[in-house]
Design a protein around this ligand. Structure first.
Ligand SMILES: [Zn+2]
Length: 257
C-alpha cells in the first residue's frame, strides 16, 4: 500500500487527542508520517510529547494568528518557542501567519508575532508552516522580505496560481488539503496545477476540512488518500508515484531521514 505523509494535522485537538487506537491503525495502513502542528505555547509542549510517543509523529512549535492576542509578551513567547524548537522531533516553526477572515487577534499583533517568528526561523534555520486566510498580499510581502533566508510551506493553500508560482520561485512548498475535493474548488485546482510535483505536499488539517466523500465528519489522516487521489488525477500522475514523491518532498523540507 502506498504510504502518505500527513504534513498538517492537529492530534492534540480534543476530538482526536488520546485516540491511540486510531493512530496505530493509521500507521499500519497508508500513513508513514504525521506532522502534528502547534497553535500556541501550551499546544507546542503537547505536540512534542506526542512525537516522543510515536515513531511516525513529528511536531512543530509556534503561535497561530488566532492565539497571538492571548500569548502575552512577545519576547517571552519567542523564548518559549525557541526552546521548544530545540526538542527532539520538533521539525518546523508553525503554524504562523495572518488570518484576516476571523481577526481573532488584531492585525497589528498578528503582524508583530508573524515577523518575530520569521526572524526566529531565520535564526534557527527551521522551515515555517504558514497559515494565510484572506491575507494573501501581506503574507506574500512578509515571505518576500525573508527571501533566501527562510523557506517553508503554505498550508491548505488558498492562494492564486500566480501567487503559487512566486512562492515556488522563492523555494517554497505548497500544501493542499481536502478543499481540493470540494465542488467549488476550481480556483484551488488551478493552484495545484501551478505547483511543480516536487514542491507539492498534502495534508488533512484534521480534525477540520474532511475531504469529499467524508465532508462534515471529524477528519483524520485515514482520509488523506481521497485528497491524494484527487491530486494524482489532476496532475495526471500514477497514484503510487505521487504518494512516494509527496513523502520524499515532506522529508526533504522537514529534514527527516
Ligand atoms: Zn492547522
Amino acid at each position: 500500500m502506498a504510504k502518505l505523509f500527513d504534513t498538517h494535522a492537529h492530534y492534540t485537538d480534543e476530538r482526536l487527542f488520546g485516540n491511540d487506537l486510531l493512530l496505530n491503525e493509521l500507521f499500519s495502513a497508508d500513513i508513514s508520517h504525521i506532522l502534528t502542528v502547534a497553535t500556541c505555547m501550551e499546544d507546542g509542549a503537547e505536540c512534542a510529547r506526542l512525537a516522543k510517543r510515536y515513531d511516525g509523529i513529528y511536531a512543530s512549535a509556534g503561535i497561530h494568528p488566532h492565539e497571538c492576542g492571548k500569548s502575552g509578551s512577545l519576547d517571552d513567547a519567542m523564548t518559549v518557542i525557541e526552546n521548544q524548537l530545540t526538542q527532539e522531533k520538533v521539525v518546523a516553526l508553525g503554524e504562523i501567519g495572518l488570518d484576516y477572515y476571523y481577526d481573532f487577534s488584531d492585525r497589528e499583533t498578528q503582524m508583530r508575532f508573524f515577523r518575530a517568528q520569521m526572524e526566529l526561523a531565520k535564526k534557527t534555520g527551521k522551515p515555517v508552516i504558514i497559515h494565510d486566510r484572506e491575507a494573501h498580499g501581506d503574507t506574500m510581502d512578509m515571505v518576500r522580505e525573508f527571501r533566501g533566508r527562510v523557506i517553508g510551506v503554505l498550508h491548505s493553500c488558498s492562494a492564486s496560481a500566480e501567487q503559487v508560482k512566486e512562492y515556488v520561485k522563492m523555494g517554497w512548498y505548497i500544501s493542499f488539503s481536502g478543499v481540493i475535493t470540494f465542488k467549488n474548488a476550481s480556483k484551488t485546482l488551478d493552484s495545484v496545477l501551478a505547483t511543480p510535483p516536487e514542491r507539492l505536499l498534502l495534508e488533512t488539517d484534521c480534525p477540520y476540512l474532511a475531504p469529499v466523500p467524508m465532508r462534515g465528519k471529524t477528519n483524520h489522516s485515514g482520509y488523506l488518500h481521497f485528497t491524494a487521489e484527487k491530486a494524482a488525477s489532476l496532475l495526471g500522475m500514477d497514484y503510487d508515484a505521487l504518494c512516494a514523491l509527496e513523502v520524499e518532498n515532506a522529508k526533504k523540507l522537514f529534514g527527516i531521514q
